[in-house]
Design a protein around this ligand. Sequence first.
Ligand code: HAS
Length: 561
Amino acid sequence: MELQKSLQRIILVELLVPLALVLFGSFHGVLQVIFRAGVIRATSFAGIEYYQGLTAHGVINAIVLTAFFAVALGHALISQELKSRLSIFGAGLSMGLMLLGAVMAAAMIYTGQATVLYTFYPPLKAHPIFYVGLVIFIVGSWVPLYMWVPVYLRWRRENPGKKTPLAVVGMFATFIVWQMATLPVAFEVLVQLVPWSLGWTAGVNVVLSRTLFWFFGHPLVYFWLLPIYVMYYTMLPRLAGGKLFSDFAGRFTFMSLILLSCPLGLHHQFADPGISTAWKGIQGVLTMTVVIPSLLTACTIAASLEFAARGRGGTGLFAWWRKLPYFDRENWLFSYLICGLVIFLFGGITGIVNASYNLNNVVHNTAWIPAHFHLTVAGPIFLGILGGSLFLITGLLKKPVVASGMAVAVPYLWMGGTFIFSGGLFLGGLRGEPRRTNLGLTYLNPTSPSYRPDWWISTHVGLVGGLIMGLAILIYFVVLIRSIAASREAAREQEPFTIPLSEPYHDEDIAAVRTFTPWVAAAVLLCVLAYYPPIRDITKSNFKQAPGYKPDSPVAVETIR
Ligand code: HAS
């Protein structure tokens, strides 16, 4: 069944608009490494302040791009796999709200009225329009789940006893996690930040805001990861020429991420005052449990790749790796997914370091942390989105991918750049180099009393990596624009566009992963157990209400209006 024409147009807008913004987001990323290496020794460049650019970089790349991609991929997969038409009104409403919210937030960032970084927690203070824009964006991203539920229930009635397609399970898991995660942040924004930014309240309980933010912020990373896991489980084995080793492993991973994504955000606050060490310790242990679905994914995907490689004549204990289609131009999407997996091995290991309560003291708020998250969100997630978007855009437009050799080069260049960039940041982080700091003004400035010559190597290694990443993005856009400009392919025009999905090798049917209800109920219960005691302690503590600040000044600001 071909996707409805109007849905196709909505999906195209949801992919193309954020990708266009990524040009700005990436430009600010490249500027970051230049500032940090001390090549630019100024508070601003081209009229954009250092922290303003950092805010745009984080909000565009980590929030706007990821959420739009999840919605677009979800629409395509749910419609295709349930062979159902979706509500165009619902899809259009969701797109309209998300675009409006993104434009409001971007306008405030670029006019210098929302320099609050992507975490937007107080005492950094933004214009009310920024917060209202965020709320509208989030509400828009809630709509798809409520559109898909009736479609899914109808499918279940019409297909009694049939297993829900794995891709559908994965997309529902993504948006259930998103729904649960966004409730606390909606409370933070509506009850604390909007009244404060309007000047109705004098200050904010910062510890409460940070806790509500990280209640959202950690599941946010699984909201980013889940659509990419959907691609790993349902598309990668087929792209490799094989089958998914275990269907159960996929279902268990998706269900267990519903259960485990939310109740562990305190591992971002190991260094915060006002929260007992007992609850930090408990959530630290829970953080280690969320590693399990990812380790299961590593084993299952490796087994699926081995099955495919042996089918292509691969032999030996490890030599079969050589038979995978790493550089196949016809199968260019494989390279985006495999490079993401290789990067994620290192992102995952460094996440386990961060989650260890004692080791976290060494790396917290240092350059180590952005090194970790560029091997996760800027690794598998970003490459999955770049590859997935190019695939969907050209597929829906029935156009060929022009310069497919260049398309294959992008993920390898990006992977090399990311490893070099993150290598520099890891090294710097272990030597105490701070994150979110315009190092060129002070620590990388030989005339400053704070000069740290021992940070020169790490920041310059980071600079080289960042420039390579910037080059990879430019090449990607050359491929994308040339492909969009190419003529339609006659052969493709005859065929309906479908996303190629893998068959399972082991098709287990296990009752525990058949329905969402017990997993969602357990997840809600676990969240209450994990968060009620620390939030009660915070609200009973006598914290002073903090006034607003800007990131580059130690002096409190008046209400920004
Ligand atoms: Fe994290 C901070 C712990 C995963 C993103 N994380 C961050 C921040 C971001 C982020 C953005 O406990 C910074 C937030 C800020 O601005 O302050 N993280 C973890 C842990 C995991 C983890 C335990 N993080 C992610 C993912 C992210 C992400 C995924 C984005 C999508 N992280 C932390 C902690 C902090 C933190 C602390 C706070 C630190 C602080 O002090 O501020 C785990 O989920 C990781 C599990 C993953 C694995 C890897 C499995 C490997 C796979 C690949 C297999 C490869 C194959 C192919 C098969 C165990 C699936 C091989 C092929 C060949 C050819 C070899």
